[in-house]
Design a protein around this ligand. Structure first.
Ligand code: NAD
Length: 492
């Protein structure tokens, strides 16, 4: 039995005992958050579940609905306390939870798993719900952002606790409760965080199951969650399969779908800065970010210089033979429909793995500190076409900016997710922005600048692309209600 599973079992037993004893502080996880004020003493009892962790969708939705009613009674103060707890606990437990998530999923990098939790504090909260008021000859009008009730949320394996935590901040700030169906390969760490959040929230507000989770998620529990009448809205973060399933569920869904972000580099760009930004974005968490740089198109006459700058900044270039070996390992080639050409499918064993693992498959020894591998490819190479989520970047030469934009458009598959340009020519920027029309378009920076990390903006781990809500925030999870008073209220 692995150390992580062992630790999890011990933790569950301790929590079981603590739960029977009543509300006491359960170690560092709970003691880290100390918002002001104390609510009534919770009992921690809910039908079939404890601290937000349930076996089935129905009881989880029931408990979340009861918690939503309590949250309404608690007002803005209760929302603020809950959001503060989630932000504080995510930061206080970042090192431990980051390690636990990496142990469970075996994808990504520990330093970035930790960082992704430390920055949950940057996710917008209650302060985003500013009402809009008008007054005129006929009286006054107030439009307010009000909650839906219970939200059903689906989280990915690539950032399980970060997505779950960021979703809770947004959803609860907006006044809702939430039930999660996490990715099965990242569900133990998700349940661990949910327990800790609910313990602390219950202690501080008396609300026991504000954020719930189905402990062993399956496709059936996803269907049960979607079908439950108490779920008013879905928030889905994942690939094409789950987006399609959510859109077919009959419920309104905010879908944060897949991407395959292209980068265009022209001859007006600062190539040193471009190389650094590309490495920073593509290497982050071994390229698991949906916004991460996945392929580069560069003008032919500056391509060599860009690649030399990438090497100078620590990326390792593969030669054609090494690229071929890596491609054969990183993709499985399945027969196409109707006897067509074999189609590449990403080999899951290589998703989010370290550059040294990819290097081994390519037949090259790379230093442990290497962040990224790259090689020159054609525009139709599987590494360009597929959302590969590996710390390897294909670099494609193009003869003109027009050709580069057309190739970037094809590689992005009309997901309308994220794209990047390195250029100082405003015409080129505008042409690419118009052609790709992506939700995030970053100029002269790494992908994360698009989420307020080194650029202006704010953070969310759910960027709603096919359904159009954009970078999710508390307002995404609200209804707009108008209240009007008809009277002679103007005083001047
Ligand atoms: P995934 O699609 O395999 O899984 C995502 C979630 O959907 C999981 O909870 C999974 O259990 C569930 N799921 C998958 N197929 C389903 C189906 N047919 N019916 C019901 N549920 C289903 O994705 P992943 O590997 O965990 O995450 C990576 C993907 O998510 C990438 O495509 C990435 O671009 C995308 N992503 C998007 C965003 C965004 O903000 N737009 C953020 C993170 C990840």
């Amino acid at each position: 039995m692995s150390a992580a599973i062992n630790e999890q079992l011990i933790r569950e037993v301790v929590e079981e005992v603590l739960g029977r004893l009543g509300p006491v502080q359960a170690g560092a996880t709970a003691s880290a958050a100390k918002p002001e004020g104390h609510g009534p003493k919770p009992t921690y009892a809910a039908a079939g579940g404890k601290f937000g962790v349930f076996q089935e969708a129905g009881p989880a939705c029931e408990a979340a609905a009861a918690s939503f009613a309590k949250l309404q009674q608690g007002g803005m103060a209760a929302r603020r306390k809950a959001v503060h707890i989630v932000k504080t606990l995510a930061e206080a437990n970042a090192a431990e939870w980051g390690r636990i998530e990496l142990d469970e999923t075996k994808i990504g990098r520990l330093d970035h798993k930790i960082e992704k939790l430390q920055i949950i504090k940057d996710v917008p909260g209650v302060e985003w719900l500013r009402p809009d008021g008008r007054s005129g000859d006929h009286g006054i009008m107030l439009e307010e952002y009000t909650p839906f009730g219970v939200i059903g949320a689906i989280t990915p394996s690539t950032h399980s606790i970060p997505t779950l935590s960021g979703n809770i901040v947004n959803i609860v700030a907006a006044g809702n409760a939430v039930v999660f169906n996490a990715h099965p390969a990242a569900s133990r760490c998700a349940a661990l965080a949910i327990r800790a959040y609910n313990q602390a929230i219950a202690r501080e507000t008396g609300i026991e199951n504000l954020c719930c989770i189905i402990e062993h998620p399956t496709l059936d529990s996803f269907k049960a969650l979607c079908a439950d009448e108490r779920i008013r809205l879905l928030c889905v973060t994942g690939g094409p399969g789950v987006v399609k399933a959510a859109m077919q569920s009959g419920k309104r869904a905010v879908c944060a779908g897949p991407g395959n972000p292209p980068v265009l580099v022209d001859d007006t760009a600062c190539l040193k800065r471009a190389a650094r930004a590309i490495i920073q974005g593509a290497a982050y968490d071994n390229n698991l970010l949906c916004i991460g740089e996945k392929e580069v198109f560069v003008l032919d006459h500056v391509a060599d210089k860009l690649m030399t700058e990438m090497e100078s900044n620590g990326a390792v270039r593969l030669n054609p033979a090494q690229l071929e070996r890596l491609t054969k390992a990183a993709f499985v080639f399945k027969e196409g429909h109707g006897g067509g050409c074999p189609e590449p499918v990403v080999n899951k064993d290589f998703i989010g793995k370290d550059p040294s693992v990819l290097g081994q498959a390519a037949g090259v020894n790379v230093a442990d500190k290497t962040q990224l591998l790259f090689a020159e490819t054609q525009a139709d190479h599987p590494f360009v076409v597929e959302e590969q989520m590996m710390p390897f970047l294909p670099v494609v030469r193009v003869r003109s900016v027009e050709e580069g934009i057309a190739a970037a458009l094809a590689a992005e598959h009309n997901y309308k997710h994220t794209s990047m340009i390195h250029s100082h020519d405003v015409e080129h920027m505008t042409a690419m922005a118009r052609a790709l029309d992506t939700t995030l378009f970053i100029k002269n920076g790494p992908c994360m600048a698009g989420l307020g990390l080194g650029g202006e903006g704010y953070l969310s781990y759910s960027i709603a692309t096919p359904t159009g809500e954009g970078v999710t925030n508390p307002r995404t999870f609200t209804r707009v209600r108008r209240c009007v008073m008809v009277d002679n209220l103007r005083i001047y």
